[in-house]
Unconditional design. Sequence first.
Length: 487
Amino acid sequence: MIGKQTLISILGGVCYVLPLMAQESAVEGMKEAAQTFFQKSIEKEKQEIYQYLDSIKSSGNNRHDSEITDEDIQLVRKLKAIEREVPLDYSPRVKDLIAKYTSDNYNPYMCRMMGLGQYYFPLFDKIMDEVGVPRELKYLSVVESSLNPRDISSAGATGLWQLMYYEAKTYHLTVDSYTDQRMDPIASSYAIAKILKEAYDEYGDWLLAIASYNGGKGAVSRAIQRSGKDKATFWDIAPYLTQQTQNYIPKFIAMTYAMKYADENDINAADTELSLRTQSLDINKRISLNQIADALHVSKETLRALNPSFKKNVLNGTEDSPLRLILPVVDKKIATEELYAALNTPVPSVNSSQAENLGESIQNGRYKVKVGETFASIADKFEVTVQDIKSWNNLRGNQIVPGQNLLIKKEDDFVSAKLARNTERSSKKSQQRASNATRTAYYVVKKGDTLSEIADKNGTSVGRLKSENDLSGNRIKPGMKLKVSKK
């Protein structure tokens, strides 16, 4: 017989084991239920993506009748994973461009973009947050200019964001013989953020806003009308846009993908000429950038890379319009007295007698190098850049010798030439104003009108419409009376 104590021990063990077995069984049941749930979710997501891809294929936007692959499904999933405010839609063209941007052949270029982005992207993020536009729009700068602030297109679009002259004036950027703020990373980024926000306020769609920046609002509005849809998407109107604008959105989406998934595509930030640690000073006088570089013991190229908006080696700030100077943060051992002296040693303006002397020193557009002169000192004298002088004379090295003749093309910087040119311009402007006075009309804004369409109808430009009607943005309302001076 089993003893009483033994029986009690057996029963106690059974009472302990049975709950454990029940608990393990419940856990296994929960695991199976979770696996089933996740599997169904994955299958549901996959089916939704498949239907999405099938709708693209059946819409006629696909360039061929290829089968939907696992790669297509994976790309859609990854695009949606990084999508925030701006739609990152998939298309066959997007797929091709993603393959291009993440290819081995493209890797050196993308690594440089990532390296430059370490400097530029934090600036863009701060400004876009302030203006109220999505941060991912910063990748448009790569598509526009390859992050080259001195990039100038054949049409005259300039800077990181490829802004036109009328856009610079509309958004209060300085463009003169000394400075072009379309090349200023900070000033130009505020302008582009405002331009894109105004376009979004008009269309209510970020892809349409981006397309309008590339192709013009008039073109986008006409394409929407031709599509016949009340709430047309970019993909609805793409067939009615130029090939350049049709490609612009896929380029942006693919570049966003490549930047976001840089690590897994072996895109690593390359070293660049830009210092990541900088400080900013407001300058209200004419100072020499070369003197600043010498004081900081950095190369002139380093300083110019941080200040691309200055056309010459002179920063022409004033009390009324101070200019931002970006300096690299250097070793604290460098004497601050040198920098202070450079910042407080104004470069005198060229007066009439100096202009006459400089003019006399150039014979037939050529300047004879004197003893002790360097590229930098000659560039300072004529308020041009060393790169200009080298380019005009097809020179590569840094050596010049006394007696050497250098071609100087900047005679128009002299005061006398400026006065003559300004007089001529004033005369032409007066004649133009007189001519325009007889061609001024007024246009009453109708429902659905845009500034681009009104400008096209009346043979003028959007910039001129804004200027003549004191408009700071692109928004107009039905019933407004606009002054129209035709070209």
